[in-house]
Structure formats: C-alpha cells, structure tokens
Ligand binder design. Structure first.
Ligand code: SF4
Ligand code: SF4
Length: 440
C-alpha cells in the first residue's frame, strides 16, 4: 500500500532507533521527527531512496504486492527494467534471462522493450532538436527521482524536462496494442522511484502496470536457476543490447547519439552524463545558473553508476555495470526499424497526456500578505537558532525547524541549544532568587 501522494518508502517503526542519518540524507528535506514519530512529507518526497541507502535496516518499500504476485495462479506479464538483464554475469543475452523467468512461470516482454527504448530515444532526439539551442539542455526524465527532484526543488526548470513517455510505459502500451492486454502487467523495479512512477505516473492518468515489485525479490527467486551454467541456447549478440545499456550511466546518451547522427544535420550531440544525488543536484543547479550553454542534453541518474545502482537491484552495481559493456550493440538501425519508429511516433506512443508540472514547496499560507508575514517570522526564528544544522531537533536543518515553528508544527524549544540556553537562564533566575553566588 502507498499513500495517495505517491510515497513508496517508509520507516519500519519497530526497528527504528530514532537516529537522524535518514533525515540528513534526504535531498528535499522530506523527513522530520514529530512527537516521537518519523514522518515523510508526501509533497516533498521524491522516492529517491537516499534515506534507505543510509539506513537500510529501518526503511523499506512495501512488499505486499510481491506477495500478491507470488501467490497468484493467474497469468501475468512481467515488465522487467533493463537492470534485470544485467544481474547474471554469465547470461549475456536477455533471452537467456527471459527463459529463466519462463521456467518460473513468468512471461516477460523483450521484443516490446527493444522497440520501446528505440522509440523513446528516437522521440527524445526529435524533441531536443525542435528546442532552440538557447533553451537547451533538456533534462532526461528516465530517472523518475530526477524528474521529481526538478519538480520539487528546481521548479523553474520544469520546462527543461523532456516531455517524452518512459520506455517502460511505452513497452506496456505496445504490448497492449498487440493484444496482450487483459493480463496484468507486473513491473519489476530496481528502485522505489520507478515503483512510484508505475503507481503514480507523471503526465498520464494511469499507468499500464497493475503491480510494481522490488527487483531483489524476483532476483532471489531466479538466482538459483541462473547459477546453472547453461540455460537454453547460446544466442548471438544483436540490437537487443541497445536498450539494456540504459541500465548503466551513459547508455541513454549512446542510444540518443545513434538517432542524432541520422537527424542532427551533422551537429555533434553534446550530452552531460552524471550519477549520484549530489552530482545530479550540482549539474541541475548549473543548468539553472545558465552554465551549461552549448550542452544539448543532461542524462542524470541519482544512483551511482546508473540504474544498476538502484537500491532494489539484486546484484552489486560494480559487477552489474561490468556485465553490460561486454555486449556490443548494433548502432545502425535498419530502414524498416526507422519507418516503424516514424509510424509509432506519429501514433503518439511516446506522448504524455498532460504537461509535467512543478510541485514547489507548499506556501506558508494561501494568502499572499500572510505568507509574507510568516516569511518574516521565519527569518526571526531562524536568526535565534544556532545555524549549525545538527539535526537533534528532528529536522534536517535549522531553517526547517524555523519553518515548522511558523507552520505551527514545532516549537523553538525543540532545538536542544535553545533548551540549554533556557535552562541556563532559569538556573540564573533561581540562584538569584535564593541569593547564591553565581558560578562564573
Ligand atoms: S525517499 Fe528520498 S525524498 Fe523520500 S524521504 Fe527518503 S530521502 Fe527523502
Ligand atoms: S537512477 Fe535508476 S535505479 Fe536509481 S532512482 Fe533513478 S531510475 Fe531508479
């Protein structure tokens, strides 16, 4: 179960030792301690999983959908993130992984994935080329955590988000259009951000995926089968590899380069590829400051090394990222493929139903005058606080506590330094009253 604002990560209360690592790690200051309970503010949470990275024992995504999948005997189709096909170093062709899933009773989509990723790369290149150079770089929305980070923390950059559907949704839509509709799609995700995308899609009313589960659960089920050295026939490398490269940093840009060479009128494709939350934030800030002039595209992934670094992947990201480059993709799409992509693009498979909107922090008040007054109060409270962002008040920063005070969700005395100062003042008053000498 998830809440209606799309938070798919939660603290596991019975283990929590009331630390502050998770609060300090959150890039959007979405976590607070309120009266002994850890709360995630839904409007601010981007499902990035940074909190789980620093406190894996205490924060978990919901698992009940995996139980539904596992115990169900009805037909279901798995839509596995490309990361799934990097998890077994000795299986160099996705069809081998696919056959393992078949042995366990699951059908996955391979052909649709290949076309969907080609189609999204094709549509993205067409879109970026349609944007005037001075309004570039456009920002990739493949990582939903980057998308939401921009919506929440950098709302002025929402127009830079590339309005192209996620290839995983496109794969499901293609499959439905080919008549697989009717069977529930189960999305196997390497991260909470993509689970959030499947449950609360951006730019569309509803996702094609009925369920979304953590990849590590499916991985565990098939890992024993995968250990067998030979499963199925040995298959040659093919253009299957193009979409699997999206699992690692740079794979998306490589794929876009393929179409840029065809449609870019001889212009070089200039992409910045960046992984890790802090690095992504730095690059997005540079876009905001206009420092990335001349760059066409930013491929940002909040996980180190790209999606193979997702917190729900089964295999080590260091091993999985080594698996992918061994597959040499075919970077020359056939004429038939290009005309198929033109046709599917024209049919709107990559179009969003709604524009992507900003989700800035909630205003202090709906009334502008009151909001300005509260902002002034916030500054006064903030000036009283020590400004060292220690986190002992249960907020990620002194400013966050000041904001909570103004919103009526906290007290200045939640600050331990303020408490100490007040206890000191009180002690002085008492000592003066009973006329004992004050300690210097
Ligand atoms: S998932 Fe990310 S945004 Fe949400 S509470 Fe955790 S660290 Fe913060
Ligand atoms: S980088 Fe990939 S795995 Fe990590 S949060 Fe983004 S989409 Fe998920």
């Amino acid at each position: 179960m998830t809440d209606r604002h799309g938070v798919v990560i939660r603290p596991v209360g019975k283990y929590c030792k009331e630390g502050i690592n998770c609060i300090k790690a959150c890039p959007t200051e979405a976590m607070r301690w309120y009266s002994g309970f850890l709360k995630i503010i839904p409007e601010l949470c981007i499902n990035c999983g940074e909190c789980k990275r620093v406190c894996s024992d205490f924060i978990a995504v919901e698992e009940d959908e995996w139980e539904i999948l596992r115990n169900s005997t009805s037909d279901r189709v798995l839509i596995c993130d490309p990361v799934m096909y990097t998890q077994f170093a000795h299986l160099q062709d996705p069809r081998e992984v696919s056959s393992l899933m078949g042995a366990l009773g699951y059908k996955d989509l391979i052909e649709e994935m290949e076309i969907a990723y080609d189609l999204v790369a094709f549509a993205t290149v067409k879109h970026v080329l349609s944007v005037p150079r001075e309004s570039r770089p456009m920002i990739s929305v493949y990582c939903p955590a980057v998308l939401r980070l921009v919506q929440v923390k950098y709302p002025s950059l929402v127009s830079r988000l590339t309005p192209v559907e996620n290839p995983l949704e496109v794969a499901a839509a293609l499959s439905e259009s080919r008549g697989v509709g009717g069977k529930p799609f189960v999305f196997v995700s390497p991260c909470p951000a993509k689970i959030g995308m499947a449950k609360y899609p951006e730019g569309r009313r509803a996702s094609h995926m009925s369920y979304a589960v953590g990849m590590n659960w499916v991985y565990r089920d098939i890992v024993n089968l995968a250990k067998r050295p030979s499963v199925g026939d040995s298959l040659p490398s093919s253009d299957f590899s193009r979409w699997i490269r999206w699992a690692v940093l740079g794979g998306e840009s490589d794929h876009l380069s393929m179409f840029w060479r065809i449609f870019g009128n001889g212009e070089p494709f200039r992409a910045v590829v960046v992984s890790g939350m802090r690095n992504v934030m730095e690059v997005v800030e540079e876009v905001e400051l206009g420092k990335l002039r001349g760059v066409d595209y930013v491929e940002g992934r909040v996980c180190d090394k790209g999606c193979v670094g997702g917190i729900l992947a089964g295999e080590s990201r260091f091993i999985a990222s080594q698996t992918v480059p061994h597959r040499v993709p075919d970077w020359n799409p056939s004429e038939e493929r290009l005309s198929l992509l033109e046709e599917l693009h024209a049919r709107g498979f990559t179009s969003l139903e709604f524009p992507i909107r900003a989700r800035p922090r909630l205003p202090l008040s709906s009334d502008l005058r009151e909001s300005m007054e509260k902002l002034h109060q916030l500054q006064i409270v903030h000036d009283r606080l020590p400004g060292i962002n220690c986190g002992f008040c249960g907020r990620p920063s002194c400013r966050a506590l000041a904001e909570d005070v103004v919103r009526g969700q906290g007290k200045v005395t939640d600050c331990v330094y303020e408490q100490r100062r007040r206890v000191g003042d009180l002690t002085r008053e008492i000592l003066e009253m009973i006329k004992l000498p004050l300690e210097k």
